[in-house]
Design a protein around this ligand. Sequence first.
Ligand code: AP5
Length: 182
Amino acid sequence: MNKRLIFLGPPGAGKGTQSSILSQRNDLLHLSTGDLLRAEVSAGTDLGKKAGLIMDKGELVSDSIVLSIVQKKLSGKSQGWLLDGFPRNLTQAQSLEPLLEEINQPIQAVVLIETNDDVLIQRLLERGRTDDNEEVIRNRLQIYRAQTAPLINYYDSKGLLKSVKGNDEINIVANLIQEALN
Ligand code: AP5
């Protein structure tokens, strides 16, 4: 199975849920930039104070902050890894490449979870995280389309993209992902 992976998809597609399942099943490092940033917010660090204000609006935290977090977590890791919520725009994707080259661990596959807007809005409203109200969800979706969705073609042109339908229940989607990666 491919063991160096990126998960792409709109908010609520199930990136976090599916990344947890896949990383546990296959002993991969699960690196969620959203979770790492929320940990900084909870710890009340300077970084967390800055990031929290941006996250509550549904906007993207600065590339330099996110890149430094990812770099720290990836360096020295020899097992497989799964990036969830990163990269989020072309700058992050292009900055990731030299970082991975340096540790000689190129990306093996990019999983895109495709889920209908009405399904994902409903899921997020039910979850109710601080950034899960209707106005912020719509902003996150807009930012996804403008800044993150261009990565679909970017990785497709590199022959790395695997698309999976994400509307079904969690276990069905998990099996589709595992099959796509085998
Ligand atoms: P992040 O934490 O990455 O949030 P997101 O991309 O908006 O993703 P979500 O967590 O909302 O959705 P998900 O696809 O992971 O779905 P999940 O599995 O959780 O980022 C949050 C913020 O941090 C950003 O807005 C930004 O400010 C900042 N940030 C993060 N990374 C950044 C970066 N690289 N650069 C700059 N800023 C960054 O599922 C959602 C819900 O649906 C759950 O309740 C789950 O139980 C449920 N669910 C999942 N799958 C199913 C299913 N198949 N059926 C039924 N329910 C399901």
